[in-house]
Write a protein that binds this ligand. Sequence first.
Ligand code: F6R
Length: 608
Amino acid sequence: MCGIVGFTGTRKAAPVLIDGLRRLEYRGYDSAGIAVADGEKINVAKVKGYVKNLSEMTHDGADIEGVLGVGHTRWATHGAPNDINAHPHMSADGRFAVVHNGIIENYAALRSELTARGVKFLSDTDTEVVAHLLELYYDGDAKRAFMKAAARLEGSYSLGVVCLEGPGRLFAMREQSPLILGLGVGENYFASDVAALVPHTKNVIYLDDGEFAELTPDAVTVYDVRGREVVKPVSRVTWDVEAAEKGGYEHFMLKEIMEQPACFKATVEPRIQDGRIVFENFDLSEAELHSIDRIIITACGSAGYAGQVGRYVLEELCRIPVAVELASELRYRNPIIDEHTLLIVISQSGETADTIAAMRECKARGARALAIVNVVGSTIAKLADHVIYTWAGPEIAVATTKGYTTQVAVLDMLAIYLADRLGLMEKARYDALIEALHSMPGKLQRALDLNRNVKKLAKMFKNQSSIYFIGRNLDYAVCMEGALKLKEISYIFAEAYAAGELKHGTIALIDQGSLVVTLACHEPLFEKTMSNIEEVKARGAEVLAVALEDNKQIVSKADYFLKVPRTDPILNPIAQVIPLQLFAYYIAKERGCDIDKPKNLAKSVTVE
Ligand code: F6R
């Protein structure tokens, strides 16, 4: 969703800001703009549509004078996507320009109050109130005005503000919406996402909620909500700029699919020491461990589907009841949760609004929260009692791939770790699983290499109006992710069904020409799944089976195949999802879809 960048230095700010906005494009947006102070006035350029339009309008920023400023990509919440509602927004006196991510919940009341004072609003946005509040409170000291204005705001937001005071002043604030400061040499930066900072610096400061910062070319000063200086640790970003670029692939999604063997390795290998799983930030005492009587996994979308895989594996190995709850539902329920509940919160971005709200709700009821998160320093990571990072590197494509597989990898490791600590796993089985984890990167590479026919299949099925995914047990869990991948990037209706449930309704939809993708890797229920294949074929469906590569039996039953290397059964979903990701990718490509930025979707859903 929306992106923020800020810059102060001695070179022209506009080209730096526009480049930063380009690096945030993947998050999804509908308009873009910058505001740059030149010592006499604030120059604003903003436009509906892509950063490309902003760049063309300003000759890549060359037309705009000034060495400090802010930039924004907007994903409309309040007011239509158009030039006027695009950020930055100015105060009427032209002294302040504001960019904002998140939602100011009390904006309607503030707008009425300001209107009563004679302020004329130009846009329909919630953000514009901030610019006018700044003007209202300005008494010659921009920092004081900033603090007074911020104190009036309710909701979740991050702000970037330029003030025309002296040579110009630059402020950034975080309140439940990410904002990271970048420390350079003779110039400093801020951004809502580290992707915009890494071309300039790897030294960053993660602001905490309620903190704000003033940036000059030579100094970054962080303050708490009352304006007292706070000394913050400087963190080092571990990935470099290439990680956030396409590296020769046509789409980020394909690059990220291909990265999965390496990502799995990066997630898993450092956590196996001397043949034992070790987590850096998950240190339950024996008493705490044995007091857990249920596990609740909460997340949204694919992260929730990773949780579905986790549920089967955790229950199987740890014999603790596990429920997977959609965060958007859990947050408004009256869930039965107490201090004996282990809450597992899964999120690639660590910023998903519903997931954060569900987490707060469960923590308030006493649950201990373990977060499985990719983005370091994100809100969910900060709120959790324990964090296991997935270390997948930056995920740029909106549709998650390596984010999902590394989440499943962590859940698998967690299940093995807990089962062992609970005394439920024999040494031989533990050692075999560790061995299987070590061999997975090679298996995942094989899953990528085995399925060269997927492009042909994509051509054949590109005009399908709907595609059904069926499976049982772990296969069913993977079906959910396979169907989501397909629908979100190709816009083909796709849905996952538990294979045994078909005959209770859905089979009425199956007829001549239906395509049923059948996952048949879970061997204990293989025969049952074969019967389901018979059922749909008897009604005229074609079957695309996803099966273990050495499974000969399925050849006589299914029409087409995608192959999966044999791994330990509990790890198999990670290999299984790979051909499904490729299938979705190539179908979307055949259909000419905007694969990395599917319509209506944003990378990180920071609003409810
Ligand atoms: C689908 C996808 C989404 C996310 C969901 C949660 O490809 O990416 O369904 O999984 O929006 O996002 P995070 O993991 O950032 O909380």
